[in-house]
Design a protein around this ligand. Structure first.
Ligand code: FE
Length: 152
């Protein structure tokens, strides 16, 4: 491991131009590893993309009528055919908004809002930070966090 390699709990990363390439360890939680990486690099806002594989993923489906998420965990080997998300701040805390598309053994896809998943195989992510803060605030009528561009 050379001096340019960044390292944390279950992740390693390399800064390349304006982006970070992040590798998440086999069997690690994607949410824990990404949160640790983003916090360690003091990234306040930006975009995340990723691919890899998982054997345990909990997806959420938001029901606007109840304003609640319905969670479901899938325990099987799946390809992470895409993870995409964004980084912002809400109520003074880091907020990761992640969605995922998972490929099953029969080549069909599952998709949803990602609560968390465990890597089983590779976890290859790109994080693109932006040099500014982006805030979200909870919209109580809808039950979701929305961008608050007027926030000072
Ligand atoms: Fe979502």
């Amino acid at each position: 491991m050379n001096a340019q390699t960044l390292q944390g709990n279950h992740w390693t990363a390399k800064r390349v131009e304006g982006a970070y390439i992040v590798s998440i360890e086999d069997r690690a939680s994607i949410l824990d590893a990404l949160t640790g990486f983003i916090t360690s690099q003091k990234i306040q806002a930006g975009q995340i993309t990723g691919i890899g594989a998982t054997n345990e993923a909990t997806l959420r489906f938001f029901d606007p009528s109840s304003k609640k998420y319905v969670d479901k965990t899938f325990n099987e080997q799946m390809e992470i055919s895409n993870l995409s998300g964004n980084i912002s701040e809400a109520e003074g805390k880091l907020l990761l908004h992640l969605h995922i598309t998972l490929g099953r053994k029969d080549y069909t896809a599952l998709a949803g809002h990602l609560l968390d998943a465990k890597i089983r195989g590779a976890g290859e992510f790109f994080v693109y930070p932006i040099n500014s803060k982006v805030f979200k605030v909870k919209n109580e009528d809808v039950g979701l966090y929305f961008y608050d561009f007027a926030h000072q």
